[in-house]
Design a protein around this ligand. Sequence first.
Ligand code: HXC
Length: 510
Amino acid sequence: MKDILNELERRRENARMGGGARRIEAQHKKGKLTARERLDLLLDEDSFEEFDMFVAHRCTEFGMEKDRPAGDGVVTGWGTINGRLVYVFSQDFTVFGGSLSETHAQKICKIMDMAMQNGAPVIGLNDSGGARIQEGVASLAGYAEVFQRNIMASGVVPQISVIMGPCAGGAVYSPAMTDFIFMVKDSSYMFVTGPDVVKTVTNEEVTAEELGGASTHTKKSSVADGAFENDVEALSEVRRLVDFLPLNNRSKVPVRPFFDDPDRVEPALDTLVPDNPNTPYDMKELIFKLADEGDFYEIQEAFAKNIITGFLRLEGRTVGVVANQPMVLAGCLDIDSSRKAARFVRFCDAFEIPLLTLVDVPGFLPGTSQEYGGVIKHGAKLLFAYGEATVPKVTLITRKAYGGAYDVMSSKHLRGDFNYAWPSAEIAVMGAKGATEILYRSELGDAEKIAARTADYEKRFANPFVAAEKGFIDEVITPSASRRRICRAFASLRNKQQQNPWKKHDNIPL
Ligand code: HXC
Protein backbone atom coordinates (compact mmCIF):
# COMPACT_ATOMS: atom_id res chain seq x y z
CA MET A 1 0.00 0.00 0.00
CA LYS A 2 2.84 2.36 0.84
CA ASP A 3 4.20 1.97 -2.67
CA ILE A 4 0.83 2.82 -4.14
CA LEU A 5 0.61 5.94 -2.00
CA ASN A 6 4.12 6.94 -2.98
CA GLU A 7 3.22 6.47 -6.63
CA LEU A 8 0.17 8.69 -6.18
CA GLU A 9 2.29 11.38 -4.58
CA ARG A 10 4.89 11.07 -7.34
CA ARG A 11 2.22 11.52 -9.99
CA ARG A 12 0.73 14.47 -8.14
CA GLU A 13 4.11 16.12 -7.82
CA ASN A 14 4.74 15.58 -11.49
CA ALA A 15 1.39 17.20 -12.37
CA ARG A 16 2.05 20.14 -10.07
CA MET A 17 5.28 20.90 -11.95
CA GLY A 18 3.27 21.62 -15.14
CA GLY A 19 5.71 22.34 -17.96
CA GLY A 20 8.76 21.95 -15.70
CA ALA A 21 11.13 24.12 -13.68
CA ARG A 22 12.61 25.93 -16.70
CA ARG A 23 9.26 27.12 -17.98
CA ILE A 24 8.08 28.03 -14.47
CA GLU A 25 11.15 30.20 -14.13
CA ALA A 26 10.41 31.81 -17.49
CA GLN A 27 6.86 32.55 -16.29
CA HIS A 28 8.20 34.19 -13.13
CA LYS A 29 10.70 36.21 -15.14
CA LYS A 30 7.80 37.78 -17.03
CA GLY A 31 6.40 38.94 -13.68
CA LYS A 32 3.64 36.32 -13.89
CA LEU A 33 2.65 33.74 -11.31
CA THR A 34 1.99 30.13 -12.27
CA ALA A 35 -1.52 28.73 -12.62
CA ARG A 36 -1.34 27.09 -9.19
CA GLU A 37 0.22 30.08 -7.44
CA ARG A 38 -2.66 32.16 -8.76
CA LEU A 39 -5.26 29.79 -7.40
CA ASP A 40 -3.50 29.85 -4.02
CA LEU A 41 -3.99 33.62 -3.92
CA LEU A 42 -7.52 33.61 -5.28
CA LEU A 43 -8.98 30.99 -2.96
CA ASP A 44 -9.13 30.64 0.82
CA GLU A 45 -6.16 28.80 2.24
CA ASP A 46 -6.36 25.01 1.77
CA SER A 47 -9.83 25.28 0.22
CA PHE A 48 -8.88 24.23 -3.33
CA GLU A 49 -10.09 20.81 -4.48
CA GLU A 50 -8.74 19.82 -7.84
CA PHE A 51 -10.49 17.92 -10.63
CA ASP A 52 -8.85 16.06 -13.47
CA MET A 53 -5.26 16.45 -12.36
CA PHE A 54 -4.22 13.46 -14.47
CA VAL A 55 -6.12 14.26 -17.66
CA ALA A 56 -3.81 14.14 -20.68
CA HIS A 57 -4.42 15.08 -24.30
CA ARG A 58 -5.24 12.47 -26.96
CA CYS A 59 -3.44 14.09 -29.87
CA THR A 60 -1.13 11.88 -31.93
CA GLU A 61 -0.08 14.41 -34.56
CA PHE A 62 3.36 16.07 -34.70
CA GLY A 63 4.82 13.53 -32.25
CA MET A 64 2.48 14.78 -29.51
CA GLU A 65 1.90 11.23 -28.25
CA LYS A 66 5.37 11.39 -26.69
CA ASP A 67 4.58 14.48 -24.67
CA ARG A 68 1.45 14.09 -22.56
CA PRO A 69 1.80 16.25 -19.44
CA ALA A 70 -0.66 15.51 -16.65
CA GLY A 71 -3.37 18.15 -16.42
CA ASP A 72 -3.04 19.25 -20.07
CA GLY A 73 -2.37 22.92 -19.45
CA VAL A 74 -5.23 23.89 -17.19
CA VAL A 75 -5.82 23.49 -13.46
CA THR A 76 -9.52 23.14 -12.62
CA GLY A 77 -11.60 22.59 -9.53
CA TRP A 78 -13.46 24.41 -6.79
CA GLY A 79 -12.71 26.19 -3.57
CA THR A 80 -14.00 29.03 -1.46
CA ILE A 81 -13.61 32.80 -1.29
CA ASN A 82 -14.29 34.00 2.24
CA GLY A 83 -16.10 30.73 2.81
CA ARG A 84 -18.33 30.91 -0.30
CA LEU A 85 -18.18 28.31 -3.05
CA VAL A 86 -16.64 29.15 -6.44
CA TYR A 87 -15.55 27.02 -9.40
CA VAL A 88 -12.25 27.90 -11.04
CA PHE A 89 -10.00 27.17 -13.95
CA SER A 90 -6.50 28.48 -14.32
CA GLN A 91 -4.61 28.04 -17.58
CA ASP A 92 -1.03 26.90 -17.25
CA PHE A 93 1.16 28.73 -19.74
CA THR A 94 4.07 26.41 -18.94
CA VAL A 95 2.25 23.54 -20.68
CA PHE A 96 2.06 24.12 -24.45
CA GLY A 97 1.63 27.82 -23.75
CA GLY A 98 -1.68 27.16 -21.96
CA SER A 99 -3.14 26.37 -25.38
CA LEU A 100 -6.58 24.84 -25.49
CA SER A 101 -6.90 21.23 -26.63
CA GLU A 102 -9.98 19.05 -26.76
CA THR A 103 -9.28 17.63 -23.29
CA HIS A 104 -8.27 21.01 -21.86
CA ALA A 105 -11.68 22.29 -22.99
CA GLN A 106 -13.43 19.28 -21.49
CA LYS A 107 -11.88 20.06 -18.12
CA ILE A 108 -13.20 23.63 -18.28
CA CYS A 109 -16.63 22.41 -19.40
CA LYS A 110 -16.80 20.00 -16.50
CA ILE A 111 -16.39 22.69 -13.87
CA MET A 112 -18.79 25.01 -15.72
CA ASP A 113 -21.44 22.29 -15.71
CA MET A 114 -20.89 21.72 -12.01
CA ALA A 115 -21.04 25.44 -11.30
CA MET A 116 -24.41 25.71 -13.01
CA GLN A 117 -25.76 22.59 -11.37
CA ASN A 118 -24.63 23.67 -7.91
CA GLY A 119 -25.25 27.39 -8.30
CA ALA A 120 -21.84 28.96 -7.80
CA PRO A 121 -19.74 31.49 -9.77
CA VAL A 122 -17.14 30.47 -12.34
CA ILE A 123 -13.82 32.30 -12.29
CA GLY A 124 -11.47 31.74 -15.23
CA LEU A 125 -7.82 32.75 -15.08
CA ASN A 126 -6.79 33.04 -18.72
CA ASP A 127 -3.19 32.72 -19.88
CA SER A 128 -3.11 30.92 -23.19
CA GLY A 129 -1.67 30.88 -26.69
CA GLY A 130 -5.17 30.04 -27.96
CA ALA A 131 -6.21 26.98 -29.93
CA ARG A 132 -3.71 24.08 -29.59
CA ILE A 133 -2.23 24.26 -33.06
CA GLN A 134 -1.42 20.54 -33.21
CA GLU A 135 -5.07 19.61 -32.63
CA GLY A 136 -6.71 21.69 -35.32
CA VAL A 137 -10.47 21.52 -35.47
CA ALA A 138 -10.70 19.44 -32.26
CA SER A 139 -9.44 22.50 -30.44
CA LEU A 140 -11.93 24.79 -32.19
CA ALA A 141 -14.69 22.40 -31.20
CA GLY A 142 -13.44 22.58 -27.62
CA TYR A 143 -13.73 26.37 -27.68
CA ALA A 144 -17.25 26.20 -29.00
CA GLU A 145 -18.24 23.82 -26.20
CA VAL A 146 -16.94 26.39 -23.71
CA PHE A 147 -18.75 29.22 -25.53
CA GLN A 148 -22.03 27.35 -25.42
CA ARG A 149 -21.67 26.92 -21.67
CA ASN A 150 -20.79 30.59 -21.22
CA ILE A 151 -24.07 31.40 -22.92
CA MET A 152 -26.11 28.93 -20.87
CA ALA A 153 -24.51 30.10 -17.63
CA SER A 154 -25.13 33.78 -18.41
CA GLY A 155 -27.63 35.12 -15.92
CA VAL A 156 -27.54 31.84 -13.98
CA VAL A 157 -24.21 32.09 -12.16
CA PRO A 158 -21.79 35.02 -12.17
CA GLN A 159 -18.88 34.46 -14.56
CA ILE A 160 -15.62 36.33 -14.06
CA SER A 161 -12.62 36.31 -16.42
CA VAL A 162 -9.17 37.46 -15.46
CA ILE A 163 -6.80 37.90 -18.38
CA MET A 164 -3.31 37.22 -17.09
CA GLY A 165 -1.38 36.61 -20.29
CA PRO A 166 -2.14 36.31 -23.99
CA CYS A 167 -5.73 35.85 -25.12
CA ALA A 168 -6.05 35.96 -28.87
CA GLY A 169 -8.13 34.86 -31.81
CA GLY A 170 -11.56 33.41 -31.18
CA ALA A 171 -10.39 32.61 -27.66
CA VAL A 172 -11.38 36.13 -26.62
CA TYR A 173 -15.02 35.27 -27.10
CA SER A 174 -15.30 33.12 -24.01
CA PRO A 175 -14.25 35.97 -21.69
CA ALA A 176 -16.35 38.35 -23.80
CA MET A 177 -19.48 36.45 -22.84
CA THR A 178 -18.72 36.46 -19.13
CA ASP A 179 -20.01 39.13 -16.76
CA PHE A 180 -16.72 40.77 -15.87
CA ILE A 181 -13.30 40.88 -17.49
CA PHE A 182 -10.26 42.07 -15.57
CA MET A 183 -6.79 42.47 -17.03
CA VAL A 184 -3.30 42.68 -15.62
CA LYS A 185 -1.37 45.73 -16.80
CA ASP A 186 1.64 45.11 -19.09
CA SER A 187 1.36 41.31 -19.07
CA SER A 188 -2.03 40.61 -20.64
CA TYR A 189 -3.60 41.36 -23.97
CA MET A 190 -6.73 40.46 -25.91
CA PHE A 191 -7.34 40.78 -29.63
CA VAL A 192 -9.15 38.94 -32.37
CA THR A 193 -6.22 39.33 -34.78
CA GLY A 194 -2.72 40.17 -33.62
CA PRO A 195 -0.36 42.96 -34.74
CA ASP A 196 1.15 40.91 -37.60
CA VAL A 197 -2.20 40.21 -39.22
CA VAL A 198 -3.24 43.81 -38.68
CA LYS A 199 -0.10 44.95 -40.50
CA THR A 200 -0.74 42.58 -43.42
CA VAL A 201 -4.40 43.45 -43.85
CA THR A 202 -4.62 47.14 -43.01
CA ASN A 203 -0.97 48.19 -43.09
CA GLU A 204 -1.30 49.62 -39.59
CA GLU A 205 1.75 49.33 -37.34
CA VAL A 206 0.64 48.64 -33.80
CA THR A 207 2.13 46.89 -30.77
CA ALA A 208 0.32 44.12 -28.92
CA GLU A 209 -0.03 46.47 -25.95
CA GLU A 210 -1.56 49.27 -28.03
CA LEU A 211 -3.83 46.88 -29.86
CA GLY A 212 -5.16 44.90 -26.93
CA GLY A 213 -3.46 45.76 -23.65
CA ALA A 214 -5.19 46.61 -20.40
CA SER A 215 -5.19 50.34 -21.08
CA THR A 216 -6.82 49.92 -24.50
CA HIS A 217 -9.56 47.67 -23.20
CA THR A 218 -10.38 49.61 -20.06
CA LYS A 219 -10.24 53.10 -21.59
CA LYS A 220 -11.07 52.78 -25.28
CA SER A 221 -12.93 49.61 -26.17
CA SER A 222 -14.62 48.95 -22.79
CA VAL A 223 -14.08 45.23 -23.35
CA ALA A 224 -12.50 45.00 -19.88
CA ASP A 225 -14.06 46.17 -16.62
CA GLY A 226 -10.87 46.89 -14.72
CA ALA A 227 -7.08 46.71 -14.89
CA PHE A 228 -4.69 45.88 -12.08
CA GLU A 229 -0.98 46.39 -11.54
CA ASN A 230 -0.01 42.74 -11.20
CA ASP A 231 -1.32 39.22 -10.61
CA VAL A 232 -1.49 39.65 -6.84
CA GLU A 233 -3.58 42.80 -6.97
CA ALA A 234 -5.87 41.39 -9.67
CA LEU A 235 -6.64 38.26 -7.66
CA SER A 236 -7.24 40.08 -4.41
CA GLU A 237 -9.60 42.49 -6.18
CA VAL A 238 -11.52 39.56 -7.68
CA ARG A 239 -11.93 38.20 -4.14
CA ARG A 240 -13.30 41.60 -3.13
CA LEU A 241 -15.76 41.60 -6.03
CA VAL A 242 -16.98 38.06 -5.28
CA ASP A 243 -17.85 39.21 -1.76
CA PHE A 244 -20.44 41.55 -3.29
CA LEU A 245 -22.05 39.01 -5.59
CA PRO A 246 -24.78 36.45 -4.97
CA LEU A 247 -23.73 32.89 -5.79
CA ASN A 248 -26.43 32.46 -8.43
CA ASN A 249 -29.62 33.97 -9.81
CA ARG A 250 -31.84 32.27 -7.23
CA SER A 251 -29.96 33.24 -4.12
CA LYS A 252 -30.27 36.61 -2.42
CA VAL A 253 -27.35 39.02 -2.19
CA PRO A 254 -24.86 38.10 0.52
CA VAL A 255 -25.29 39.80 3.88
CA ARG A 256 -22.06 40.93 5.50
CA PRO A 257 -21.61 42.15 9.06
CA PHE A 258 -21.62 45.96 9.05
CA PHE A 259 -20.37 48.48 11.54
CA ASP A 260 -21.85 51.63 10.10
CA ASP A 261 -25.01 53.22 11.46
CA PRO A 262 -27.77 53.15 8.80
CA ASP A 263 -29.09 56.38 10.38
CA ARG A 264 -25.72 58.12 9.98
CA VAL A 265 -26.38 61.80 9.19
CA GLU A 266 -23.97 63.44 6.73
CA PRO A 267 -24.18 67.24 7.14
CA ALA A 268 -21.67 67.72 4.28
CA LEU A 269 -24.31 66.49 1.83
CA ASP A 270 -26.44 69.56 2.53
CA THR A 271 -23.82 71.63 0.71
CA LEU A 272 -22.64 69.11 -1.88
CA VAL A 273 -24.62 70.67 -4.73
CA PRO A 274 -23.11 74.09 -5.60
CA ASP A 275 -25.35 77.16 -5.77
CA ASN A 276 -24.50 77.67 -9.41
CA PRO A 277 -26.29 74.91 -11.36
CA ASN A 278 -23.49 74.84 -13.90
CA THR A 279 -20.73 74.15 -11.37
CA PRO A 280 -19.78 70.49 -11.21
CA TYR A 281 -19.32 68.46 -8.05
CA ASP A 282 -18.08 64.95 -7.49
CA MET A 283 -20.91 62.42 -7.37
CA LYS A 284 -18.50 59.89 -5.89
CA GLU A 285 -18.55 61.90 -2.65
CA LEU A 286 -22.22 61.06 -2.33
CA ILE A 287 -21.62 57.40 -3.14
CA PHE A 288 -18.89 57.08 -0.51
CA LYS A 289 -21.06 58.81 2.08
CA LEU A 290 -24.01 56.54 1.43
CA ALA A 291 -22.07 53.26 1.44
CA ASP A 292 -21.47 51.10 4.49
CA GLU A 293 -17.97 51.98 5.68
CA GLY A 294 -17.47 54.01 2.48
CA ASP A 295 -16.70 50.78 0.61
CA PHE A 296 -17.42 51.10 -3.13
CA TYR A 297 -16.34 48.63 -5.85
CA GLU A 298 -16.32 50.48 -9.13
CA ILE A 299 -16.87 48.72 -12.45
CA GLN A 300 -15.44 50.28 -15.64
CA GLU A 301 -13.90 53.15 -13.72
CA ALA A 302 -11.76 54.28 -16.67
CA PHE A 303 -14.47 54.21 -19.36
CA ALA A 304 -17.36 56.63 -19.95
CA LYS A 305 -16.58 58.46 -16.75
CA ASN A 306 -19.72 60.58 -17.16
CA ILE A 307 -21.55 57.68 -15.57
CA ILE A 308 -20.43 55.72 -12.51
CA THR A 309 -21.31 52.07 -11.99
CA GLY A 310 -20.39 49.75 -9.14
CA PHE A 311 -21.35 47.99 -5.96
CA LEU A 312 -21.72 49.16 -2.39
CA ARG A 313 -23.48 47.75 0.65
CA LEU A 314 -26.34 49.19 2.67
CA GLU A 315 -26.97 47.50 6.01
CA GLY A 316 -24.55 44.79 4.88
CA ARG A 317 -26.45 44.01 1.66
CA THR A 318 -25.13 44.56 -1.84
CA VAL A 319 -26.67 47.32 -3.93
CA GLY A 320 -25.71 48.20 -7.52
CA VAL A 321 -25.20 51.92 -8.08
CA VAL A 322 -25.61 53.87 -11.30
CA ALA A 323 -24.83 57.57 -11.00
CA ASN A 324 -24.36 60.45 -13.40
CA GLN A 325 -21.05 62.19 -12.83
CA PRO A 326 -21.37 65.98 -13.25
CA MET A 327 -17.56 66.28 -13.28
CA VAL A 328 -17.35 64.69 -16.75
CA LEU A 329 -19.32 66.01 -19.75
CA ALA A 330 -21.66 67.56 -17.16
CA GLY A 331 -22.93 64.03 -16.48
CA CYS A 332 -24.81 63.79 -19.78
CA LEU A 333 -25.84 60.49 -21.28
CA ASP A 334 -24.12 59.47 -24.50
CA ILE A 335 -23.46 56.27 -26.42
CA ASP A 336 -20.70 54.97 -24.18
CA SER A 337 -22.29 55.82 -20.85
CA SER A 338 -25.64 54.34 -21.94
CA ARG A 339 -24.01 51.07 -22.99
CA LYS A 340 -21.92 50.89 -19.85
CA ALA A 341 -24.82 51.53 -17.52
CA ALA A 342 -27.29 49.33 -19.42
CA ARG A 343 -25.04 46.30 -19.14
CA PHE A 344 -24.54 46.96 -15.46
CA VAL A 345 -28.27 47.35 -14.80
CA ARG A 346 -28.96 44.07 -16.61
CA PHE A 347 -26.30 42.25 -14.58
CA CYS A 348 -27.86 43.51 -11.35
CA ASP A 349 -31.36 42.59 -12.44
CA ALA A 350 -30.28 39.11 -13.58
CA PHE A 351 -28.78 38.44 -10.15
CA GLU A 352 -31.42 40.14 -7.99
CA ILE A 353 -29.11 42.94 -6.89
CA PRO A 354 -31.18 46.04 -5.95
CA LEU A 355 -30.43 49.20 -7.88
CA LEU A 356 -29.70 52.66 -6.55
CA THR A 357 -29.71 55.41 -9.18
CA LEU A 358 -28.26 58.85 -8.44
CA VAL A 359 -29.36 61.39 -11.00
CA ASP A 360 -27.80 64.64 -12.14
CA VAL A 361 -28.23 64.58 -15.89
CA PRO A 362 -28.62 67.52 -18.28
CA GLY A 363 -29.82 65.24 -21.09
CA PHE A 364 -28.32 63.34 -24.00
CA LEU A 365 -25.12 64.61 -25.62
CA PRO A 366 -25.99 66.37 -28.90
CA GLY A 367 -23.96 66.07 -32.11
CA THR A 368 -23.45 64.27 -35.37
CA SER A 369 -20.96 61.81 -33.93
CA GLN A 370 -23.55 60.72 -31.41
CA GLU A 371 -26.40 60.48 -33.90
CA TYR A 372 -24.28 58.73 -36.55
CA GLY A 373 -23.02 56.38 -33.86
CA GLY A 374 -26.58 55.39 -33.03
CA VAL A 375 -27.19 57.17 -29.74
CA ILE A 376 -30.88 56.47 -30.25
CA LYS A 377 -30.31 52.74 -30.15
CA HIS A 378 -27.66 52.85 -27.41
CA GLY A 379 -29.65 55.20 -25.21
CA ALA A 380 -32.60 52.88 -25.66
CA LYS A 381 -30.51 50.09 -24.13
CA LEU A 382 -30.40 51.89 -20.82
CA LEU A 383 -34.06 52.83 -21.01
CA PHE A 384 -34.93 49.22 -21.81
CA ALA A 385 -32.70 47.82 -19.07
CA TYR A 386 -34.28 49.99 -16.39
CA GLY A 387 -37.80 49.36 -17.64
CA GLU A 388 -37.47 45.58 -17.66
CA ALA A 389 -35.65 45.41 -14.29
CA THR A 390 -37.80 43.97 -11.53
CA VAL A 391 -35.31 44.32 -8.66
CA PRO A 392 -35.92 46.96 -5.98
CA LYS A 393 -35.18 50.35 -7.55
CA VAL A 394 -34.47 53.47 -5.51
CA THR A 395 -33.72 56.70 -7.31
CA LEU A 396 -32.42 59.98 -5.93
CA ILE A 397 -32.32 63.10 -8.07
CA THR A 398 -29.71 65.45 -6.66
CA ARG A 399 -29.88 68.18 -9.26
CA LYS A 400 -30.72 68.07 -12.96
CA ALA A 401 -33.09 65.56 -14.47
CA TYR A 402 -33.84 66.97 -17.87
CA GLY A 403 -35.75 65.64 -20.81
CA GLY A 404 -35.58 62.03 -21.97
CA ALA A 405 -32.71 61.42 -19.60
CA TYR A 406 -35.11 62.09 -16.70
CA ASP A 407 -37.32 59.29 -17.96
CA VAL A 408 -34.39 56.95 -18.59
CA MET A 409 -32.69 57.24 -15.21
CA SER A 410 -34.96 54.87 -13.30
CA SER A 411 -37.87 57.29 -13.16
CA LYS A 412 -41.20 56.52 -11.48
CA HIS A 413 -42.62 55.76 -14.90
CA LEU A 414 -40.14 52.89 -15.38
CA ARG A 415 -41.43 51.26 -12.22
CA GLY A 416 -39.09 53.03 -9.81
CA ASP A 417 -40.11 51.94 -6.30
CA PHE A 418 -38.83 54.96 -4.39
CA ASN A 419 -38.13 58.15 -6.29
CA TYR A 420 -36.56 60.73 -4.05
CA ALA A 421 -35.28 64.20 -4.84
CA TRP A 422 -33.17 66.68 -2.97
CA PRO A 423 -34.62 70.20 -2.73
CA SER A 424 -31.93 71.25 -5.25
CA ALA A 425 -33.46 68.99 -7.92
CA GLU A 426 -34.54 70.51 -11.23
CA ILE A 427 -36.91 68.26 -13.12
CA ALA A 428 -37.89 69.71 -16.46
CA VAL A 429 -37.94 69.14 -20.18
CA MET A 430 -34.73 71.12 -20.48
CA GLY A 431 -32.67 73.83 -18.76
CA ALA A 432 -34.29 77.25 -18.25
CA LYS A 433 -32.16 79.06 -20.83
CA GLY A 434 -32.80 76.56 -23.60
CA ALA A 435 -36.48 76.44 -22.80
CA THR A 436 -37.05 80.19 -22.91
CA GLU A 437 -35.05 80.55 -26.10
CA ILE A 438 -37.46 78.15 -27.78
CA LEU A 439 -40.67 79.35 -26.15
CA TYR A 440 -39.90 83.05 -26.66
CA ARG A 441 -37.92 82.97 -29.89
CA SER A 442 -39.51 86.26 -31.03
CA GLU A 443 -38.11 88.02 -27.97
CA LEU A 444 -34.54 86.82 -28.46
CA GLY A 445 -33.29 90.28 -29.39
CA ASP A 446 -34.39 91.65 -26.03
CA ALA A 447 -31.89 90.37 -23.48
CA GLU A 448 -33.75 91.83 -20.52
CA LYS A 449 -37.03 90.22 -21.47
CA ILE A 450 -35.36 86.87 -22.04
CA ALA A 451 -33.57 87.09 -18.69
CA ALA A 452 -36.91 87.73 -16.98
CA ARG A 453 -38.50 84.83 -18.82
CA THR A 454 -35.60 82.56 -17.83
CA ALA A 455 -35.87 83.60 -14.18
CA ASP A 456 -39.59 82.93 -14.28
CA TYR A 457 -39.07 79.50 -15.85
CA GLU A 458 -36.44 78.64 -13.22
CA LYS A 459 -38.78 79.65 -10.45
CA ARG A 460 -41.62 77.61 -11.82
CA PHE A 461 -39.84 74.51 -13.07
CA ALA A 462 -36.27 74.32 -11.72
CA ASN A 463 -37.34 72.49 -8.58
CA PRO A 464 -38.61 69.08 -7.56
CA PHE A 465 -42.06 70.22 -6.47
CA VAL A 466 -43.87 70.15 -9.81
CA ALA A 467 -42.94 66.47 -10.13
CA ALA A 468 -43.68 65.89 -6.44
CA GLU A 469 -47.16 67.39 -6.87
CA LYS A 470 -47.87 64.81 -9.51
CA GLY A 471 -46.53 61.93 -7.41
CA PHE A 472 -43.60 61.33 -9.77
CA ILE A 473 -41.32 62.10 -6.85
CA ASP A 474 -42.37 60.27 -3.71
CA GLU A 475 -40.62 62.59 -1.31
CA VAL A 476 -38.29 65.57 -1.30
CA ILE A 477 -35.66 64.61 1.27
CA THR A 478 -33.01 66.43 3.25
CA PRO A 479 -29.62 65.62 1.70
CA SER A 480 -27.91 64.94 5.03
CA ALA A 481 -30.53 62.27 5.81
CA SER A 482 -30.05 60.44 2.49
CA ARG A 483 -28.34 57.34 3.88
CA ARG A 484 -31.11 56.77 6.38
CA ARG A 485 -33.88 57.31 3.84
CA ILE A 486 -32.29 55.09 1.22
CA CYS A 487 -31.45 52.30 3.70
CA ARG A 488 -35.03 52.32 4.93
CA ALA A 489 -36.37 52.29 1.38
CA PHE A 490 -34.32 49.23 0.42
CA ALA A 491 -35.17 47.52 3.71
CA SER A 492 -38.87 47.92 2.93
CA LEU A 493 -38.34 46.37 -0.51
CA ARG A 494 -36.59 43.19 0.60
CA ASN A 495 -39.57 41.02 -0.25
CA LYS A 496 -40.46 42.80 -3.47
CA GLN A 497 -42.03 40.54 -6.08
CA GLN A 498 -42.58 41.74 -9.61
CA GLN A 499 -42.88 39.76 -12.80
CA ASN A 500 -42.73 40.67 -16.45
CA PRO A 501 -45.12 39.01 -18.92
CA TRP A 502 -44.05 35.62 -20.27
CA LYS A 503 -41.85 35.79 -23.32
CA LYS A 504 -39.17 33.62 -24.86
CA HIS A 505 -36.79 36.51 -24.42
CA ASP A 506 -37.00 40.20 -25.08
CA ASN A 507 -35.54 42.03 -28.03
CA ILE A 508 -33.41 44.67 -26.35
CA PRO A 509 -31.94 47.06 -28.97
CA LEU A 510 -28.48 45.49 -29.23
C1 HXC B 1 0.44 24.92 -29.16
C2 HXC B 1 1.63 26.65 -28.30
C3 HXC B 1 0.65 27.56 -28.74
C4 HXC B 1 -0.46 27.05 -29.42
C5 HXC B 1 2.18 28.66 -27.75
N1 HXC B 1 2.56 27.39 -27.70
N2 HXC B 1 1.01 28.80 -28.39
N3 HXC B 1 1.52 25.34 -28.52
N4 HXC B 1 -0.53 25.71 -29.60
N5 HXC B 1 -1.45 27.84 -29.84
C6 HXC B 1 3.77 26.84 -27.08
C7 HXC B 1 5.03 27.24 -27.79
O1 HXC B 1 5.30 26.31 -28.81
C8 HXC B 1 6.05 27.15 -26.67
O2 HXC B 1 6.38 25.80 -26.45
C9 HXC B 1 5.26 27.61 -25.47
O3 HXC B 1 3.89 27.44 -25.82
C10 HXC B 1 5.47 29.06 -25.13
O4 HXC B 1 5.32 29.80 -26.32
P1 HXC B 1 6.38 30.93 -26.73
O5 HXC B 1 6.06 31.32 -28.13
O6 HXC B 1 7.75 30.47 -26.44
O7 HXC B 1 6.02 32.06 -25.70
P2 HXC B 1 5.94 33.63 -25.91
O8 HXC B 1 7.20 34.10 -26.61
O9 HXC B 1 5.62 34.20 -24.58
O10 HXC B 1 4.73 33.87 -26.91
C11 HXC B 1 3.42 33.55 -26.53
C12 HXC B 1 2.47 33.66 -27.74
C13 HXC B 1 3.02 32.80 -28.91
C14 HXC B 1 2.38 35.10 -28.17
C15 HXC B 1 1.11 33.19 -27.27
O11 HXC B 1 3.34 31.50 -28.43
C16 HXC B 1 2.03 32.67 -30.00
O12 HXC B 1 1.89 33.57 -30.83
N6 HXC B 1 1.39 31.51 -30.08
C17 HXC B 1 0.44 31.22 -31.12
C18 HXC B 1 -0.81 32.03 -30.92
C19 HXC B 1 -1.85 31.66 -31.91
O13 HXC B 1 -1.78 32.05 -33.09
N7 HXC B 1 -2.81 30.87 -31.46
C20 HXC B 1 -3.89 30.44 -32.29
C21 HXC B 1 -4.88 31.64 -32.23
S1 HXC B 1 -6.31 31.30 -33.09
P3 HXC B 1 7.75 25.35 -25.79
O14 HXC B 1 7.74 23.87 -25.92
O15 HXC B 1 8.82 26.03 -26.60
O16 HXC B 1 7.73 25.82 -24.39
C22 HXC B 1 -7.29 30.70 -31.94
C23 HXC B 1 -8.55 30.30 -32.49
C24 HXC B 1 -9.53 30.06 -31.41
O17 HXC B 1 -7.00 30.61 -30.82
C25 HXC B 1 -10.83 29.97 -32.08
C26 HXC B 1 -11.95 29.76 -31.14
C27 HXC B 1 -13.23 29.87 -31.89
